[in-house]
Write a protein that binds this ligand. Structure first.
Ligand SMILES: NC(=O)c1ccc[n+]([C@@H]2O[C@H](COP(=O)([O-])OP(=O)(O)OC[C@H]3O[C@@H](n4cnc5c(N)ncnc54)[C@H](OP(=O)(O)O)[C@@H]3O)[C@@H](O)[C@H]2O)c1
Length: 263
């Protein structure tokens, strides 16, 4: 029965809100999101997959990762395939294994989102332990270096790298020695990388977001006001917009602050 006939016969006309296959502006693309098992990484993986990209999410905890992958497969309408692989971005062997599997199964990476990261509670220098220092530097800076170096041979002109840094890469978060040092170093890495890869047509973007409501705040400052923070979906939306811009446009820095101002 046609829609007109359905209307004239008095029956309700059912109009799908969106095509059953979902939007596919990234259909056929391959994305890797480190730390995609929760928080900002999960939201970015969700946004990319919702546009049809096949997405690999990673994290250390297998149980969280498996649940996240199952949730993505359930939520995302369309052709995207979701793969989940454990990887500790601090460990060269672990990163090597991840990208060897990606090379074998996907052959190429169109979008790399270096997102895996940890935070720290604010502490005076004399109370900042070597363990906390190393944890932040190895995860937030060395991890970025290791993953990018392993992914690069699988990337070609038109590809995009998004490094999830923080406003802390520009502005000091008081008494956050390890986190601030790692993120400022990561901005230096990002700018150096952008310069090298621009002639090859690979875009490198820095994501500089302010306080965002995720589990990380349990480590940083559990009492911080969640209602004044950004939410992960807004960040994912901004990253998606940036990635979808024409390949000859590079939004080098995606700066996002809560509209009510910094915490
Ligand atoms: N929340 C904020 O206010 C905020 C603001 C600006 C920027 N950021 C940045 O956003 C990124 C994500 O943070 P989030 O707030 O979404 O935190 P989150 O909810 O705690 O998620 C962190 C993710 O990183 C993974 N991860 C942590 N250490 C890892 C390691 N060594 N190897 C592999 N994966 C690891 C975690 O999985 P496993 O623990 O299972 O490994 C998890 O998937 C971080 O780089 C953070 O610095 C956060």
């Amino acid at each position: 029965m046609t829609a007109n006939k359905a209307q004239s016969s008095g029956k309700a006309k059912v109009v799908p809100l969106r095509p059953p296959t979902g939007p596919t502006r990234l259909s056929g693309k391959f994305a890797v999101v480190t730390g995609g098992s929760k928080g900002i990484g999960y939201a970015i993986a969700h946004a990319l997959a919702s546009e049809g990209a096949n997405v690999v999410i990673t994290g250390r905890d297998l149980s969280t990762l498996t649940k996240a992958a199952a949730q993505l497969r359930k939520d995302v309408v369309g052709p995207a395939k979701i793969l989940a692989m454990t990887c500790d971005v601090r460990a060269p062997e672990s990163v090597g294994r991840l990208f060897a599997v990606i090379k074998r199964r996907l052959a190429q990476i169109d979008i790399l989102v270096n997102n895996a990261g940890i935070g720290q509670p604010p502490l005076p220098l004399l109370e900042t332990s070597l363990e906390m220092w190393r944890g932040n530097i190895e995860t937030n800076l060395t991890g970025l270096f290791l993953c990018t170096r392993a992914a690069l041979p699988l990337m070609k002109a038109g590809a995009t790298i998004v490094n999830n840094l923080s406003v802390s890469a520009r502005h000091v978060f008081p008494q956050s020695y390890a986190y601030t040092s790692a993120k400022m170093g990561a901005l230096g890495f990002t700018q150096t990388l952008r310069q090298e890869l621009a002639p090859r047509g690979i875009r490198v973007m820095a994501l500089l977001a302010g306080a965002t409501s995720t589990d990380m705040w349990q480590q940083i400052m559990p009492e911080a006001p969640r209602d004044r923070m950004l939410n992960v979906e807004s960040i994912a939306q901004a990253v998606l917009y940036a990635v979808l811009l024409p390949a000859n446009v590079n939004p080098t820095e995606i700066c996002l602050d809560p509209a009510s101002g910094a915490l």
